[in-house]
Design a protein around this ligand. Sequence first.
Ligand code: URA
Length: 266
Amino acid sequence: MTRMETDFIPSPLELLTLYVESGVDEAIGDHPINRFAAKPPPVAVKAPTAKVAPAVTSISHPQPSPPQSHTSAQLAAACSTLVELRQALENFDGLPLRQTALSTVFADGNPEASVMLIGEAPGHEEDVQGLPFVGKSGKLLDKMLASIGLDRAQSAYITNVLPWRPLENRSPSLEEIAVCRPFLMRHIELVRPRILVLLGGVPAQTVLETSTGITRLRGNWQTVRLEQSDLSIPTMPTFRPSYLLRTPGGKRHAWGDFIQVAKRLS
Ligand code: URA
């Protein structure tokens, strides 16, 4: 430091002029601020414009679930006519069985008839023609009906638990039966028959919700109660015609069961 510099002591006016000329023209506080200790101000984030897709998709917001298909019970309950029920079954895709069948076998006969008969499921011939009981066992069923003065076109109405043929004529699975049952029960409600005849173990166990075998059930009147529509229907379980074709000894029992039906009708 030179002597000249130390010797120069500016007057307050000179000092102020020097500050102003150097750009120091703003009064600051009495106390110093430690800028290193202060928190950095928040950085403003620009919201993406509508055209820019966000880089990361938020996973904190639940995604809306895809629409669930209606259950068979919901679909069946929504049907108020046989035409609607047939349509609902034709549109139904809730069972793989549906894809391999040629037809939806809905029913045959007269929906105004007093007697409604329920079989298990269509076989090959029924699948081809789209009608229940039109093969060999159907011919036998027609004879059994005729023996008590009924015929399928006028005085009987026929359907099955399953409207689709299980491949290789295997027995329907419990799941298939459970899915089809609401349609069947709605079918019964819409027809409101005076008497139901259950042709074999699968229809008997499905409609009566029992695990008792057909040999013990057959020949004994049961009552099917449909609470929604306040219906109580006398019901006769009997052997299925295809069983009778293989086991002719069972025919006299089935004949007896049909005679009980005829007596009740008259
Ligand atoms: N057996 C049944 O149970 N249903 C049919 O439609 C034909 C044979």
